[in-house]
Design a protein around this ligand. Structure first.
Ligand code: HT7
Ligand code: ZN
Length: 847
């Protein structure tokens, strides 16, 4: 299949001002009539419209039926020869038929529980009708829907409605990927929002009957997001109605279609009995994310899909800031960095590494990655650090003013920062074009009152980029006196060379440096630092991120030593003891400090040090450290467990959620020595899903789960979202030696409806999240996983391809394991009729 390249971009040779779409819905045979008003921009151009899996019924131009020799159709589209096209504006009308009922790929128009639903990003619209399906073609849509359903929705404002018929006009030009249509027997949970200019917007969350009492949290989150975007970015909503629909069968989290966001029901529906604290926080974040796209993505969109991080990086950054403002800022920053390291750093070190703005791809759906999203967000954060708070707001104001209604590039984005700040960002641009995580080495020197930090940066080669150039890195640094007082407040050092040093003068004593505060750049910091100094930072740093980071580093050092059969230094256990009893620290923060690095993270650390990780040894080391901590701090942990019980009715607010997190973290350690006693009691008394699932997970971990799993299943077997948790938790948390066998058994469960993406993901991600289980020496985990990818691929290639990233770390491990994975990947790749999605992924994984 064809590789698409950034440097081959050509503007579309026609202007498309308006499009009228008439849908006659039918599960087997939906008819789509499209009328498109084109104006030629270049003389004698042929007109190419994208189209896949369409049954063409008719085609006419300005009312005249086109003859067979005036156009041609292929598997990828429809071409009308230049000789048949007038030089003036013209209207092209096509009629096609499609079959939503048989669409299992969930791209284009498909059905979920009897309801019609669309997903068009990135290139799904071409499965609905022939059209220039590219983001730089922006048109005004007028849509009519005729169908046997009480609720008929599309983008924009509703202009007419009667039984079985609805008409929608979207006044804002948009690319086809933002088109949406939903039809079904839905019920709305509604509210209103009054915008800053006093317009009232109707808000609706549409769900299946029975789910309407789980929408209030999402509705309130939407109102908070609308308010925040007005206050922080001056952005007002621009239609009279905003609809959100919850769908059970969905390839990703949610989709920002103009005025009609479509959500995976997992990220909308919440009640205390069925959703955890983490679910609540994530729902709020995703509601905000999709809403924020209205300006960063919809009003200003991408010129082509290579620019994806223009809208995704910026929108993730905006949703992260929203959560930081509405919840506990430092805790959110730490959570985001944990996630960045677990997903993006891992991607950057393996065969799938790519720049935030890739310059080639075969299947764009394979590039909705942590690098595009999360690293894209880090880059926006670095820009803000470089130009400052006011400079950032000025740049964003200019971006909205200059580019509203346009399809833009990363160059346009950087130019607004250059123009508004007067800075040269040509070197900074490498963050977008170059792959890989820079390693930043630092050494410290103190003499005659002068403290010097010497930095060296190095980025390892990544696929297709053997040579790396130095990056422009903002390094936020603060200096502490040995008594813990701030000696020099935070200052941003701008590193632009491969090696560079910075000095701090007039220091009567050698300070303790707090480097890369707030994680000011997505780099791997390597610093030769004594455990005592880390313990000091864990106790005293005024920057909460670096305080947590010091503890994490101590834990990581201990685990890396133990995984090699060496004894761990006692520093971590001692330092942690002080922190967990420090009542001035937020419970949520203390909970994070008690969370041990993941087994995958330890494997990465070993690999970074040139060692081959042994998954069993890593698992044993992590268990041993957890047991040590529990023994050393048994009394303090037990006290925390009792003190952090949250009385009264459930609230997902950060305060009580933080208390529950700390309580569960304490229970998690104590679980290693109390025989699962607390977990059992908590499981029986739990009044909300956070406690219930937390306790279940601990029982699974302790191998004392048989009754609890059965009881949980019995209680929740009718609830699809809770059952996903049941599948996932018991695989992620179980002892590694039983993980694959259990996964095999679970695929036989009648509730394992594997064609539903959420259920498939729950089981497979549960297994691959069990590090030592998935990477078991006999290779059973690898074979099982590969078998299921092969099975899913013809049904849903997007999800199969996305799940194949479980193999991205395979080259870290020993030769025997590598041989089994290679074999599994080659087997996938040799499968007859493999999708473009999965074959691109396996080729990259094997390269
Ligand atoms: N912009 C969306 C990305 C997306 C997607 C969503 C649902 C199903 C398939 C999809 N393909 C791409 C989601 C977002 O980033 O907001
Ligand atoms: Zn997004």
């Amino acid at each position: 299949s064809v590789t698409k390249r950034l440097d081959e971009y050509r503007p579309y040779p026609f202007e498309l001002e308006t499009v009228r779409l008439d849908f006659r819905l039918d599960p087997k045979q939906t008819e789509v009539r499209a009328r498109m008003a084109f104006s030629p921009k270049l003389p004698a151009a042929t007109l190419h419209l994208d189209g896949e899996e369409l049954d063409l019924v008719s085609i006419s131009l300005d009312g005249r039926r086109l003859l067979r020799d005036e156009y041609k159709t292929s598997a990828t589209g429809l071409t009308i020869f230049a000789a048949s096209l007038p030089e003036q504006p013209f209207t092209l009308e096509t009629v096609v038929r499609i079959a939503p009922e048989t669409n299992t790929a969930l791209e284009g128009l498909y059905m979920s529980n009897g309801m019609y639903c669309t997903q068009c990003e990135a290139e799904g619209f071409r499965k609905i009708t022939y059209y220039p399906d590219r983001p730089d073609v922006m048109a005004k849509f007028h849509v009519t829907i005729t169908g046997d359903a009480p609720v008929l929705l599309s983008n924009g404002d509703l202009v007419a409605q009667e039984n079985g018929y609805a008409e929608w006009i979207d006044p804002w030009p948009k690319p086809a990927y933002l088109f949406a249509l939903v039809a079904g027997d839905l019920i709305a949970h509604s509210g209103t929002f009054t915008t800053m200019s006093g317009r009232e917007v109707a808000l609706n969350i549409w769900v299946r009957k029975g789910d309407e009492d789980r929408c209030e949290f999402a509705l309130e989150a939407l109102k908070r997001s609308m308010q925040w975007d007005e206050e922080v970015y001056g952005r007002e909503y621009d239609l009279d109605i905003f609809n959100i629909v919850a769908v059970d069968d969905f390839n990703m989290g949610a989709m920002e279609n103009k005025g009609l966001n479509i959500f995976n029901s997992k990220w909308v529906l919440a009640s205390p009995e069925t959703a955890t604290d983490a679910d609540y926080e994530r729902i709020e974040g995703i509601i905000a994310h999709e809403y924020f796209h209205n300006w960063t993505g919809n009003r200003i969109t991408c010129r082509d899909w290579f620019q994806l991080c223009l809208k995704e990086g910026l929108t993730v950054y905006r949703d992260q800031c929203f959560t930081r403002d509405t919840r506990l800022g430092p805790v959110k920053r730490i959570d985001d960095v944990i996630m960045l390291r677990a997903r993006q750093f891992r991607e950057d070190r393996g065969p799938l590494a790519h720049p935030p703005r890739p310059d080639h791809y075969k299947e764009i759906n394979n590039f909705y990655t942590a690098t595009v999203y999360e690293k894209g967000a880090e880059i926006v954060g670095m820009l803000r650090t470089l130009v400052g708070e006011t400079g950032y707001r000025q740049a964003l104001d200019l971006y909205f003013e200059r580019h509203d209604g346009q399809a833009c590039t990363i160059e346009d984005w950087l130019k607004v920062f250059e123009d508004s700040s007067g800075r040269d960002l040509s070197q900074f641009k490498r963050w977008y074009t170059d792959a890989g995580t820079p390693v930043l080495r630092v050494s410290e020197h103190y003499k005659d009152g002068v403290f010097t930090l010497r930095f060296e940066q190095e980025t390892k080669p990544t696929p297709g980029q053997p040579q790396k150039r130095p990056r422009h890195i903002p390094i936020t640094v603060g200096l502490l006196c040995p008594d813990g007082d701030e000696r020099a407040p935070s200052r941003v050092l701008e590193m632009t060379e491969a090696k560079q040093e910075f000095t701090f003068e007039d220091l009567p004593q050698r300070p303790v440096a707090s480097i890369l505060r707030g994680f000011s750049a997505p780099v791997s910091l390597e610093r030769n630092i004594a455990p005592g100094e880390l313990a000091f930072l864990l106790a005293e740093d005024t920057d909460p991120f670096n305080r947590w980071e010091a503890g994490r580093q101590l834990a990581q050092e201990a685990l890396v030593a133990m995984a090699q059969g060496k004894a761990a230094q006692p520093d971590y256990a001692v330092a942690l003891g002080k922190l967990i009893t420090d009542e001035s620290a937020e419970p949520a923060f203390r909970a994070l400090c008690l969370r041990l690095p993941s087994e995958d993270g330890i494997a990465q650390s070993l690999h970074d040090r040139g060692l081959t990780p042994d998954p069993d040894a890593i698992h044993a080391a992590r268990e041993a450290l957890a047991t040590d901590l529990a023994r050393n701090h048994e009394a303090a942990l037990a006290e925390i467990y009792d003190a952090m019980a949250v009385p009264g009715p459930y609230s997902p607010d950060p305060g009580p959620a933080g208390q529950r997190a700390l309580r569960l973290a304490a229970a998690g350690l104590l679980n290693r020595i109390d025989g699962g006693q607390r977990a059992q009691a908590l499981f029986e008394s739990a009044t909300n899903m956070t406690e219930s699932l937390g306790a279940l997970s601990l029982l699974v971990q302790a191998g004392a789960d048989e009754d609890a799993l059965a009881a949980f299943r019995e209680r929740w077997k009718g609830d699809r979202l809770v059952m996903d948790k049941w599948f996932m938790t018991q695989l992620a948390a179980c002892p590694p030696e039983i993980a694959v066998e259990r996964a095999e058994e679970l695929t036989e469960d009648p509730l394992f409806t594997w064609k539903t993406p959420n259920r498939f993901r729950a089981l497979m991600a549960g297994l691959s999240g069990n590090h030592a289980g998935f990477h078991g020496k006999d290779g059973a985990g690898y074979r099982f996983y590969a078998d299921w990818l092969i099975r899913l691929d013809p049904v849903n290639p997007q999800v199969a391809a996305r799940m194949s990233t479980a193999f991205e770390t395979w080259k870290r491990y020993d030769a025997e394991r590598q041989a089994i994975v290679r074999n599994a990947l080659e087997r996938i790749s040799a499968t007859q009729g493999l999708s473009r999605d999965l074959s691109e992924m396996t080729a990259r994984l094997l390269a």
